[in-house]
Design a binder for this molecule. Structure first.
Ligand code: ZN
Length: 206
């Protein structure tokens, strides 16, 4: 998982096609479907509701998301496996968002797998959106979502433009978490150093 402070989280991601071959740093080239499967698994393991490709170090316009039975992520410590509560999951290539109800929704807590341990209410999000995207078969699709799912789509689409949810909150909030964010940035640097060392070894065939 790429963490806050990683430059890949700040890049504008590039469009992709369902037939592309993708190379996640540290891994062999894979199909888009393989990458999406890994992202879904990673998201479930981390108890997330969405994951964007830049969060695994891949600057392409791809994200996965999930809608759970009760429409909320209130399952911390719950025994029942998350996956059994999945209503539907989504793999979206080149998503384009259109606001269909711009009433600002500030309910729901928002967090991010790349900014572990920080959750905040009050991130302003449109109440309903329409998402146009391409699916894994290369088929163009359109879906409408409101409330929590609309929020998830907006959060993930932001990732593709290098935007994090903290950017949408007043600067004081980021200031309040200064220590935590510095610690995450330090972890991110360590991760990137390890990854670079791993890549050098791989390329040398060790
Ligand atoms: Zn996120």
């Amino acid at each position: 998982m790429r963490l806050y402070g990683d430059p890949v989280l700040r890049r504008k991601a590039k469009p992709l096609q369902a037939t592309d071959t993708l190379t996640v740093p540290g891994f062999d080239p894979q199909t888009v479907r393989q990458v999406a499967d890994t992202m879904l698994e990673t998201m479930f393991e981390a108890h997330g509701v969405g994951l964007a490709a830049p969060q695994i170090g891949l600057p392409v316009r791809l994200f996965v998301a999930v809608e759970y039975e009760d429409d909320e992520e209130e399952n911390e410590g719950q025994e029942k496996p998350l996956k059994s509560r999945v209503l539907r999951d989504f793999v979206m290539l080149n998503p384009g968002l259109k606001v269909i109800d711009k009433k600002k929704d500030r309910s729901y807590q928002e967090g991010c797998l790349s900014i572990p341990g920080i959750y905040e209410e009050g991130v302003p999000r449109a109440r309903a959106v329409q998402v146009s995207y391409t699916d894994l078969d290369g088929v163009a699709r359109v879906i409408e979502a409101d409330d929590f799912l609309a929020r998830v789509f907006q959060h993930e689409a932001d990732h593709l433009d290098g935007v994090l949810f903290l950017d949408r909150l007043p600067a004081e909030v980021t200031e309040d978490y200064r220590k935590e964010l510095l610690a995450i940035q330090q972890k991110s640097r360590t991760f990137l150093n390890d990854l670079a060392a791993h890549e050098r070894q791989r390329k040398a065939g060790l």
